[in-house]
Design a protein around this ligand. Structure first.
Ligand code: SAH
Ligand code: MG
Length: 196
């Protein structure tokens, strides 16, 4: 059987050790997004565009995805991939560091996918909450970081990331205005909605 263009993009990403969204994480997000199409999605961490391309199926006609990436090699490949799939009119890449770009955004988004520097997750959350529509949803990938986040012992190398991910979990679970689930799918997924 012929592989689809999307399958080829995925295969190439995995071969090059690009940390694309895991299958069960994507399936979980698909369940949350079932029965509702949205107009605007924000993604922090494009890499080669794989997850952004997957998310286009959640969009209403005329809907758009803004995605942020700082690595120029990744941006180049993402642009190629997005063009191959003919989704370039739906996906806009903001080139640069999300820490600089996010504070300058003012659109409202229906879905926000946080999937970049783990040490910046608390900052990304603060910005995501500012940019989220009241009935929107925030997904944060890699929230359990290979199990390190729930483990007592962490190597020095991972400690800073782990502390920031734990802080993210604390912020989303202890804020009385938010409804959050921490799911053990893929590398861990936090799902947050604003309470009505
Ligand atoms: N969402 C992609 C995978 C993203 S991997 C997918 O599932 O297909 C994480 C990406 O975030 C990397 O490409 C990395 O370069 C980028 N990144 C990390 N920190 C960033 C930051 N502060 N600003 C912008 N991009 C960042
Ligand atoms: Mg990820």
């Amino acid at each position: 059987m012929n592989k689809t263009k999307l399958e080829l993009i995925k295969e190439r990403a995995l071969l090059n050790h690009v940390p694309i969204i895991m299958d069960d994480t994507l399936e979980t997000i698909e369940k949350y997004m079932k029965n509702k199409k949205v107009d605007k999605i924000l993604e922090i961490g494009t890499a080669v565009g794989y997850s952004a391309i997957c998310f286009t199926k959640f969009l209403n006609l005329g809907g758009k995805i803004d995605t942020i990436e700082r690595n120029t090699e990744m941006i180049k490949e993402a642009k190629e991939n997005i063009k191959i799939i003919s989704q370039d009119y739906k996906i806009n890449i903001f080139e640069g560091d999300a820490v600089d770009i996010l504070p300058n955004l003012n659109d409202k988004y229906d879905m926000i996918f946080i999937d970049a520097a783990k040490g910046k997750y608390p900052f990304f959350l603060e910005q995501a909450l500012r940019l989220l529509n009241n009935d929107g949803i925030i997904f944060a990938d890699n929230i359990l970081y290979k199990g390190y986040v729930l483990s007592d012992y962490n190597k020095h190398k991972q400690r800073t990331a782990v502390n920031h991910l734990r802080e993210y979990i604390k912020l989303v679970t202890e804020n009385p205005k938010l409804d959050t689930e921490i799911l053990d799918v893929g590398d861990g997924l936090a799902v947050t909605k604003i309470k009505f």
